[in-house]
Write a protein that binds this ligand. Structure first.
Ligand code: SAH
Length: 466
């Protein structure tokens, strides 16, 4: 079994620090069922690839391991695919051989360990129970670009057809820790077979490794069930615990990160200051019909509902889970009819033109643009300023300069793991002025939170008006 991880982040050989394995050496480690080798087929400043090869001893596998293959007869104990495929053995090897990288620890390059860099993982033989479609359903919601090719049974005999295995490439700009974590959890899920007994320890491990992504994953039930070997009571407990942790934060990607961001900003009650300022600005603009794009759990919607000046309120989010939580928080079901008529929630994306965004006095996008890939920002501009074209637009985003004032935030790290970027004041103002100019709006800027002479305020707001 071969797993390679490639980066083009420069200097690419920093991958050696991230994995805590020197690019010039070939190292061998004893693992439970054989050996694991780590070496670098290429290691230049431009491109670096680390390879993890598992050399599993098929005889060692069955010795003293009654459960393995017992039911399948003796031959199956010795002749099986386990040594060659990406399965729970690879997960164990990742934890044993690349443990610090999996945890995100890196003593030589701590900031780099938490910085998303371009990564490509190649897996030579992946058993996909559920086929390529399931493989995609597992990795694409996490933002991976997935390439999969069926491996022929025997290249010399194409007429024999394909084997049940795939050669898989996963590409994403992410941290090494996230990539390894996703592989660690999802490879055994794809294989749908675990080589060791599954008990409560495994459940705890799954919840720990799944922090920040599993609760929101559209396939979470199937992932949990397969991971826990379809043991119903463990599966039920896992789902309950996942969702119990989850009812605070709607952010599609990342409830854990959201909480970290909230904790970071808590001292300032920055969120309250932000909401207060937005309401004040909207009232000053005379906006009575307001749509909140990327409304999340609906905090701003709640504030507007309490104020009779807002006659029509809409909340839009790409995450159905966020909308469910917003509806529950706002108690939509139990709302008196007159009140209920003032508010509407619907799923939508602020990077796709949507006629439902039209007809409002103001559009808000609060702490949302930094979640959009920079390549999609132009689409957002078009959707809001050209197509919806409200009288006013209110946009807030973090001021990255302020991050040095958050003591618990490591240098160079963004406030939230799903942030695609965080801008300085010059960057945000430059962007906002250009957009305003191009679409016939004026724009003014309002700092939110405590003002620091050197780095400004933690949140920056642009108020656009026609
Ligand atoms: N405005 C809220 C939530 C901010 S978190 C607040 O201030 O509390 C960012 C939100 O944007 C998340 O709920 C996320 O699901 C949503 N989001 C991210 N990309 C989006 C897109 N393309 N279209 C709509 N919503 C999006």
């Amino acid at each position: 079994m071969l797993l390679t991880i490639t980066t083009t982040h420069q200097p690419a050989t920093d991958l050696g620090y991230l994995l805590a394995k020197h690019p010039d050496r070939c190292q061998t480690f004893a693992i439970n069922y054989g050996e694991a080798h780590v070496f670098y087929p290429e290691a230049t400043a431009e491109r670096c690839t680390a390879a993890l090869v598992l050399d599993i001893d098929p005889i060692g596998l069955v010795r003293g391991r009654q459960q393995f293959g017992r039911a399948r007869g003796t031959l199956a104990q010795y002749v099986n695919d386990r040594p060659y495929v990406a399965s729970s053995f690879l997960s164990v090897a990742i934890a044993q051989v690349l443990g610090s990288a999996l945890r995100g620890a890196c003593k030589d390059r701590p900031a780099l360990a938490s910085t998303p860099i371009p990564l490509i993982a190649n897996l030579s033989v992946v058993p996909c129970r559920g086929g390529e479609a399931f493989l995609r359903r597992l990795f694409e919601p996490l933002g991976y670009e997935v390439t999969a090719r069926r491996v022929p049974l025997d290249e010399a005999f194409p007429e024999w057809g394909d084997s049940p295995y795939h050669r898989v490439t996963l590409a994403k700009t992410t941290t090494v820790s996230d990539l390894l974590t996703h592989l660690y959890v999802l490879l055994p899920v794809l294989d749908n077979h675990k080589h060791y007994w599954v008990g409560r320890d495994e459940l705890d491990k799954l919840l720990e490794r799944g922090q920040g992504w599993l609760a929101e994953h559209p396939e979470r039930e199937e992932i949990v069930s397969r991971y826990l070997k379809h043991q119903r009571s463990l599966t039920r407990e896992a789902i309950e615990r996942l969702l119990a942790d989850d009812d605070i934060d709607p952010d599609a990607a990342d409830e854990h990160n959201e909480r970290a961001e909230q904790a970071l900003e808590r001292k300032l009650t920055l969120n309250d200051q932000r909401l207060g300022t937005i309401i004040a600005v909207l009232k000053q603009l005379g906006a009575r019909r307001v749509i909140d794009l990327g409304c999340g759990e609906g905090k701003l919607l709640g504030h507007m509902l309490r104020d009779k000046d807002f006659a029509k309120i809409a909340g839009v989010d790409v995450s159905p889970r966020a909308l469910e939580i917003a509806a529950a928080r706002l108690k939509l079901e139990r709302m008196p009819t007159r009140q209920r008529e003032r508010i509407e929630l619907f799923q939508g994306s602020l990077t796709y033109g949507d006629s439902r965004f039209s007809g409002y006095d103001a559009v808000c996008a609060i702490e949302v643009i930094e979640h959009i890939d920079p390549s999609r920002l132009q689409a957002f501009e078009r959707v809001v300023f050209e197509l919806a074209r409200p009288g006013a637009v209110v946009i807030t985003t973090p001021n990255v300069e302020y991050n040095v004032r958050f003591e618990s935030l490591p240098e160079g790290k963004l406030r939230h793991r799903d942030h695609r970027f965080e801008w300085t004041r010059t960057q945000f103002e430059g962007w906002a002025r250009r957009v305003a100019n191009e679409h016939g709006y004026s724009v003014r800027f309002v700092p939110i939170g405590p003002m620091d002479d050197a780095v400004g305020a933690p949140t920056q707001m642009g108020v656009f008006a026609r």
